[in-house]
Design a protein around this ligand. Sequence first.
Ligand SMILES: [Zn+2]
Length: 179
Amino acid sequence: MHFKGIELKEFSIPFVGLANKKYTFNYHIDKKFFDNFEFSPVKDGDLAVKLTFDKQDAVFILDFDLKGNVELTCDLCSDSFSYEISKSSRAIIKLSGNEMEDTDEILYLENNSSELNVTQLIYEFISLAIPLKRVHPSDKDGKNSCDPEAIKLLNKISVNSDSNKNIDPRWESLSKLLN
Ligand SMILES: [Zn+2]
């Protein structure tokens, strides 16, 4: 987990001067957000992110509540489909005077910082909320709901590439010897 990376202005929390209590921030995530991440598995979406920011002296507890849909590309037919996300994620951020290695549980921010940017955190939590294997969900009869035309086309391509396999001539003569 990282929170340093891409920083969009609207996701900055100027915490200096804030009293020690809980604050709520609401963000809307859409295509414009994902456009900032070149290798994002998500290119489009419509998500509401509610952040509860619990400010204490040298530690901040951030609870993210992600709700909405993202557009994913199917691994099988490369058509897009909508995937629903409803997830809560927590990040703990500590202020430190020393260079500290982030862990999975705790992230460190230099103690002379005056603001915290949550762009990268939101991106990483969304990435963690989507499945590793991205395929069209099955319909109510349990059938795969991929684009049938695209699947037909893909099958054709793979059959053709099998039958036209170019055999290295050295292997060809070797296989003749073996036969
Ligand atoms: Zn599909």
